[in-house]
Write a protein of this length. Structure first.
Length: 192
């Protein structure tokens, strides 16, 4: 019994000791990372910060600021915004990096918005210029009459059919016409 008790005590002591060393080592890495970040060595700083984030069971609030700011320097703006916001939430206006966190948050948000705007503009340019290759087919099913060649006109008493004004009853468009149609530039070949 006494043996097991002392064994347990030894094990607990060992674990605690292991944890203390581990924690101080992680804190050292965080400080080293901060130093490297201030020297402009952002990649190396990031490696150290990541090891702290991955291994520290309870994260010190400072790491959220460091990681957020360093992410900004590495142009990971969304990540930067998220972590800087965490820091501000954790520490409020009393955090020792509060001013700086607000400043970098603003920088990161500006850059993020710029990128988002460019991305959205690029999408609309791509859509405008999209050319359908018609999968190598010369003729495409007419999207107006769906290949029927006729369109239904709803009348007052009865529905009437009329020849599709785009495919002229054929039910197909050429690939060029198809592209025009998709861009909204295809005019009906016959008026009503
Ligand atoms: Zn048609």
């Amino acid at each position: 019994m006494r043996f097991f008790l002392s064994l347990t005590i030894i094990m607990i002591a060992y674990c605690l000791n292991g944890q203390i060393i581990r924690k101080s080592e992680l804190l050292r890495r965080m400080d080293k990372g901060a130093e490297l970040m201030l020297l402009g060595n952002y990649d190396s700083a990031q490696v150290l910060f990541q090891s702290v984030l991955q291994n520290m069971p309870k994260l010190p609030s400072d790491i959220t600021y460091y990681f957020g700011r360093n992410s900004y320097h590495l142009r990971k703006y969304k990540q930067s915004i998220n972590w800087l916001n965490k820091y501000i939430q954790l520490k409020g206006t009393k955090g020792r990096f509060y001013e700086s966190a607000i400043q970098y948050l603003q920088f990161a948000e500006d850059e993020y918005l710029k990128i988002e705007k460019t991305r959205i503009e690029q999408i609309s340019i791509d859509l405008e210029n999209a050319e359908y290759d018609c999968e190598g087919l010369e003729k495409m099913l007419c999207p107006v009459c769906h290949g029927a060649g006729v369109v239904i006109q709803t009348g007052l008493f009865e529905d009437t059919y009329k020849t599709c004004p785009y495919s002229l009853g054929e039910g197909y468009l050429s690939c060029t016409e198809y592209n025009l149609f998709m861009r909204g530039d295809l005019e009906p070949k016959v008026g009503n």
